[in-house]
Design a protein around this ligand. Sequence first.
Ligand SMILES: Cc1cc2nc3c(=O)[nH]c(=O)nc-3n(C[C@H](O)[C@H](O)[C@H](O)COP(=O)(O)OP(=O)(O)OC[C@H]3O[C@@H](n4cnc5c(N)ncnc54)[C@H](O)[C@@H]3O)c2cc1C
Ligand code: FES
Length: 275
Amino acid sequence: MYKIVTKQELVPHINLFEFSAKEIAAKTKPGQFVILRIDEDGERIPLTIAGVNIVKGTITVVCHEVGKSTKQLGNLKQGDCILDLLGPLGKPAEIEKFGTVLCVGGGVMVAPLHFQVKALHDAGNKVIGVIGARTESHLIFEDEMWKVCDALYVATDDGTKGYKGLDFLKKLLKETKIDRVIVMGPVVTMKTVSELTRPHGIPTIVNLIPLMVDGMGMCGACRITVGGKTMFACVDGPDFDGHQVDFEELIARLKMFAAQEKLAFVFHEEGGRSL
Ligand SMILES: Cc1cc2nc3c(=O)[nH]c(=O)nc-3n(C[C@H](O)[C@H](O)[C@H](O)COP(=O)(O)OP(=O)(O)OC[C@H]3O[C@@H](n4cnc5c(N)ncnc54)[C@H](O)[C@@H]3O)c2cc1C
Ligand code: FES
C-alpha cells in the first residue's frame, strides 16, 4: 500500500499527490512515469513523475480528472492509501548542457515539465519556458516555473492570460538562437510546436503518452510510429523526435476507446463499481 502524504487541489479537477514510495523516489529521473492502481478493481493509471523528495522518500504526481479512474483518484484524501504504484518506468529524459532550451508545457503536463526544466537549469542551460492552458483559471505551476526559467511566456487558448495560442512562437524562434525544444502536453500542442521548429532544424523532443496497459513493452497498447518504425512509448520513450512522429496515427489511437470510456464514466457516476 502507498500512502498519500499530501493532496493539494491546484485548480478545479487537477490535484497534486505526494505518495510515500521510498524505493521509487530513490531511482526516479525526470521524464519517467509510474502506473498506479487504486484498489483491486482499479484500472491502471499512468502518471508522469513531477518531482521526488529523497529525504522524505516521496514522489509527486499531478493528475487531471478526465474520466472514471482519474476521478476516483481525485476523490481520495490525504492519509488514504492506494494498492499499487509501479515505477519508475520509461527512459529518463536526456539532461545535459545543450545551450538554450525552449521548454513548452500544456495543461497538466506543465507539472512534470517543471521537474525536467529544473534539471536542465541545474545542468547549466539557459531555459526559456512556455506554459499554456485552455484558460487562465486552468494554469498550473506558474510560480514554480518562474523560479527555474530564465524567461517565461504564458499562453492561453482563449487569450485570458498571456498570448492567445502559440503563434507568438514563430517570432521567438526566428529571433532567438535555440538549441533544443522540449514539449509536454496535449498531442495537438506537440504537433504544432514540432511543425513550427521543423523549418529551423531545431531538435524537438516530444513526450508521448498514448494509451498504456502494462507499461513494460509486452502488451503493445502504446505502439506508435516514429520515422516509419513501430515503437512502444513505454519502453522506447516516452520522449521521441517530434519531427519523426506520426501524430495523426497517435490522435486516432487515443480516440479508439472513446465510447467505452464515456460509458465507464457514466456507469461510475451512477454508482456502479466497475465495467
Ligand atoms: C506515460 C503516461 C503519462 C501520463 N502522465 C499524466 C500526468 O502526469 N497527469 C495526468 O493527468 N495524466 C497523465 N496521463 C494520462 C492519464 O494516464 C489518463 O488521463 C488516465 O489514464 C485516464 O483514465 P480515466 O479512466 O480517468 O479516463 P478514460 O476514461 O480512460 O479517458 C477519458 C478521456 O481522456 C482521454 N485519455 C485517456 N488516456 C489518455 C492519454 N494517455 N493521453 C491523452 N488522453 C487520454 C481519453 O481519450 C478520453 O477522452 C499519462 C498517460 C501516460 C500513458
Ligand atoms: S503499454 Fe504495453 S507495450 Fe507499452
